[in-house]
Design a protein around this ligand. Structure first.
Ligand code: ADP
Length: 272
């Protein structure tokens, strides 16, 4: 079948979130594994373009980079994603151990490779233990997006200050809407943590330390062009707002607004 258009883009949840944060003016570093290949050079160029630091990325020779082929139906907006990740290793604790944590104020983890991410987050929690003032501590956020990691990811929940749950994870856990999801998961996170669940065109829900559930509507553009990475963009908006002291409601509204802006055009260039 012939298609109307085609486009090559750098991807990856944390990578997308990094690119958006950098455009919001945050000094941002992406730490991930990259295959030493032509496709990875596209990623590197894109990170450079947006000023995302990649000094601690780990390069692997003779690996095929993960790749997705995303078929977007221009009339319905639905996406069919064909993903392959054959051989690229994950970031390991030994890689994370090389970081000087004094250089970071916020660390966002993608909830994958759970045992290793658990060790990484425990290192950050240990590091935070030396500080009395909360503003000296590194904030930890965690995104649980892909279904199928339950129950192992439950170990990660008490480590994070902000937990992002996707609609897919919510549904897998038996919840029919964002409100139910954040309320139930708020029992599994550490006291005082914020739990967020975005739900496509319905916007997003969140709950914080006082137990009050807040909701932001979505802010759809006049025409939806590209919803790929809407959630990653939303996460960046929420992290940005919370890191600047916004309320939880303001933060999810900012996330929805920036995600709404993003889906109105191809790619991750935003009008910051
Ligand atoms: P993803 O599909 O990337 O997982 P989400 O469903 O988590 O994205 O949506 C993240 C945010 O993006 C939503 O809270 C909403 O603000 C915005 N969004 C996503 N899809 C739509 C849509 N079809 N219409 C309006 N806003 C949307």
């Amino acid at each position: 079948m012939r298609v109307q258009d085609q486009l090559w883009e750098r991807g990856g949840n944390a990578a997308n979130t990094s690119v958006v944060l950098a455009q919001l003016g945050v000094k941002t570093e992406f730490i991930g594994t990259l295959a030493d290949s032509t496709l990875s050079r596209l990623m590197v160029e894109d990170f450079h373009k947006y000023g995302v630091l990649i000094d601690h990325c780990i390069y692997h020779n003779n690996c095929k980079p993960p790749m997705s082929c995303i078929i977007v139906n221009s009339s319905s907006g639905t996406r069919t994603i064909l993903h392959s990740n054959r051989s690229l290793p994950e970031v390991m604790y030994e890689d994370f151990e090389l970081l000087n944590l004094n250089n970071y104020t916020w660390i966002h983890f993608e909830g994958r490779n759970v045992e290793e991410v658990l060790k990484m987050s425990e290192r950050v929690v240990m590091h935070n233990g030396q500080f009395i003032e909360s503003h000296d501590r590194i904030q930890i956020s965690l995104e649980l997006e892909k279904p199928g990691l339950k129950p192992s990811f439950c170990k990660l929940l008490p480590k994070a200050d902000v937990v992002f749950l996707s609609k897919d994870v919510a549904k897998e856990s038996g919840f029919q809407n964002g409100e139910e999801c954040v309320l139930k998961f708020s029992k599994d996170v550490k006291p005082g943590a914020v739990v967020v669940c975005a739900w496509g065109e319905l916007g997003a829900w969140a709950v914080g330390p006082n137990g009050e559930v807040v909701h932001s509507p979505a802010f759809p553009p006049a025409k939806i062009e590209d919803t790929v990475g809407a959630g990653d963009t939303f996460n960046a908006g929420v992290i940005y707002a919370l890191s600047r002291g916004s309320s939880i409601l303001e933060a999810i509204m900012q996330g929805c607004k920036i995600a709404g802006d993003k889906i109105g055009h191809q790619g991750f260039k935003i009008d910051a």
